[in-house]
Design a protein around this ligand. Structure first.
Ligand SMILES: [Zn+2]
Length: 394
């Protein structure tokens, strides 16, 4: 369908403008031309996206081959903690390098950035309104893109106007962080090699409309978009993408036999070619066109496979968890070992076998009854991210 009127100002859309569902500055590749007019698109980037994406500067400046940019001049500075001779200090960091460490410089009366400082963590400000509004916008955009009517979502969107001019846009939906509640998710999230990706899952459950947002495989939240959904509107959407640039180098085609060439052709989806040179040229085009958009199954399934081997072979595995682990596997994967996106992050097993629960509601309940577990999970995820970022620039 094509929307007639802009969701923010209500005016007729005369000129199509492309809006990123996940912010462009975060490497988001999903776009929609069906949300707003160009003027409101600008207002959204000014009032919502700019303050939101700033929070992620430590990551966007720290990921190698980040899809948005590789130009160090355009990387924004951020803050974090560095270690020097057993003491920690607050520091300003840019592109993985310490650019200022005022406390230590003052203490030693020298330029501390010349010292061997080890970055041990980055600061993320998640408590501010910009974070709430930015996450709300992603959920709002994605729901619209999945065909949800504006009237269902409108209550969480606020447009401030002065006369005819928009002077602010904000989003305010109930939201809370995700926490892994079954042994499979726990292993998947904390015991597999970290690689950053984004994922969105929109689902309707018990008349509630949820959006699960996972940014950089670290910032994981449930956003409640509506609690007045009719059970007739079965909706479901999944979007996943990598955030690192795909290696664009063309492989060396040292194929000796025609059979090898056929394998290369199949691997890169080239349907016909005349000779090896022609094939190399066509593969080059195919690689350049390859998008970072991907199937969530392709991200999760290989990780789960490695987790499962470890789980069953590890003598330290608490065997009491086995039935629950097995049940989670059956819940998440179909008979062909493909990820079942209707249940992944929407339903979970929880402590006793033979029961499945709404994931967001189970998370809410754990966050209220077992705050320690909840915090420990969040901390472990951040540790993994920090380790990844600090190792990137070694
Ligand atoms: Zn507008």
């Amino acid at each position: 369908m094509t929307r007639k009127n802009c969701v923010y100002c209500g005016k007729e859309i005369t000129q199509r403008s492309s809006e990123h569902i996940i912010q462009n500055a975060l490497g988001g590749v999903y776009e929609s031309e069906d949300i707003c007019c160009p003027e409101c698109n600008n207002a959204v980037s000014r009032y919502v996206d700019a303050p939101f994406t700033k929070i992620f500067n430590p990551i966007t400046g720290g990921i190698k081959n980040f899809s948005k940019t590789n130009n160090p001049k355009s990387l924004q500075p951020c803050t974090g903690t560095v270690l020097y001779q057993g003491q920690t200090y607050h520091a300003n960091i840019k592109a993985g390098k310490v650019v200022a460490c005022p406390d230590l410089s003052r203490q030693l009366r020298c330029d501390a950035t010349k010292l061997p400082l080890e970055i041990v963590s980055y600061d993320f400000n998640l408590e501010n309104a910009a974070f709430q509004t930015g996450m709300g916008k992603i959920a709002f955009n994605y729901a619209l893109d999945c065909g949800i009517d504006l009237s269902v979502l409108k209550h969480g969107m606020h447009v401030q106007k002065s006369g005819n001019d928009i002077t602010g846009i904000s989003f305010n939906y109930e939201m809370f962080p995700f926490c892994a509640l079954n042994p499979l998710d726990l292993r998947l999230e904390l015991h597999t090699p970290f690689s950053p990706y984004h994922c969105l899952i929109l689902f309707e459950q018990n008349s509630k409309l949820w959006c699960y947002i996972d940014l950089f495989n670290t910032f994981q939240y449930y956003v409640l978009l509506s609690d007045k959904m009719s059970a007739l509107n079965k909706v479901h959407g999944v979007a996943a993408q990598t955030v690192q640039k795909i290696d664009r180098t063309v492989p060396d085609l040292d194929a000796q036999r025609p059979k090898d060439l056929l394998i290369f052709a199949q691997q890169y989806g080239v349907r016909s070619f005349t000779d090896a040179t022609d094939l190399a040229q066509k593969i080059k085009v195919a690689i350049a066109r390859k998008s970072q958009k991907t199937d969530l199954n392709d991200i999760i399934a290989p990780r789960v496979k490695s987790v499962s081997y470890d789980y069953f072979l590890d003598p330290n595995t608490d065997k009491r968890d086995l039935p629950l682990f097995g049940q989670s596997m059956r819940l998440y994967f179909n008979e062909f070992d493909r990820l079942n996106t209707n249940t992944f992050r929407t339903m979970t097993t929880c402590s006793n076998v033979n029961n499945v629960f709404s994931y967001p509601e189970a998370v809410l309940s754990v966050s209220q009854n077992n705050e320690v577990y909840f915090r420990r999970y969040a901390l472990a995820k951040f540790k993994t991210l920090n380790y990844f970022l600090t190792q990137q620039n070694r």
